[in-house]
Design a protein around this ligand. Sequence first.
Ligand SMILES: [Fe+2]
Length: 244
Amino acid sequence: MSRISIFVGAVGDIHAPKFLDEFRRSLASFNSSRLDLFLLAGDLILKGNFTNLEYVLEAIKQKGINCPVLACFGNEEYSDIRDQVMKIATDRVRFVDDESIVLTVHNLQVGIVGSQGSLESPTPWQAKNVPNIEKTYADRIEKIARLLTGLKTDLRILLTHYPPTFKVLKGERKMFYPHIGCSRCERILHKDKVDTAICAHSHMGIPFALVNDVPVHNVSLPAVHMISFIEISKTKTLDRYMPS
Ligand SMILES: [Fe+2]
């Protein structure tokens, strides 16, 4: 048996330009020397203004982060500007949107499922303005579950903007929990399907909770005021690493 690990930096809710200065300060004090992956948990920009994405990308470049950078969309990357966001991010950030990708890190296969995620119940604005949003959220939970099941990798990460649990929402007003996170998603968090879940969107929540023994990290910048550093590890048999 052997312990395998990767090191991930993660942050969400930069809402550039709103928290851009805090993002830059957080990057300055962040030790990125051991980083294998850098994950952006959505809401990188404020209210759909995609021109501000360039400042986020420039800050990452200035920090010298040269590992793969992946992102999911947040609700403030409005659906009608996501093509422009991906165009600006080309070759610098890979957006993973209701899909999975597999990367090789130190001879380990690492699978990442990325999604905006689901809410327990749509916000009043969404209910009024987004057709079929309840079905979209219900379907998305099933899709994420299928994507996680499909990953046959050494490590599996779920990256969503919306928290896939209420457990990291402590500090938010309880009446708003259903519009900030999704307790129905907890049923897809199981140790045999996902090693770590990373989310944002809860600006007043807590940084960490365990759901069915799966660590869930809320990396929302206004909640934690830092770039989160997460070690993802598991114990594994050495069979596939032994010389034949
Ligand atoms: Fe958000």
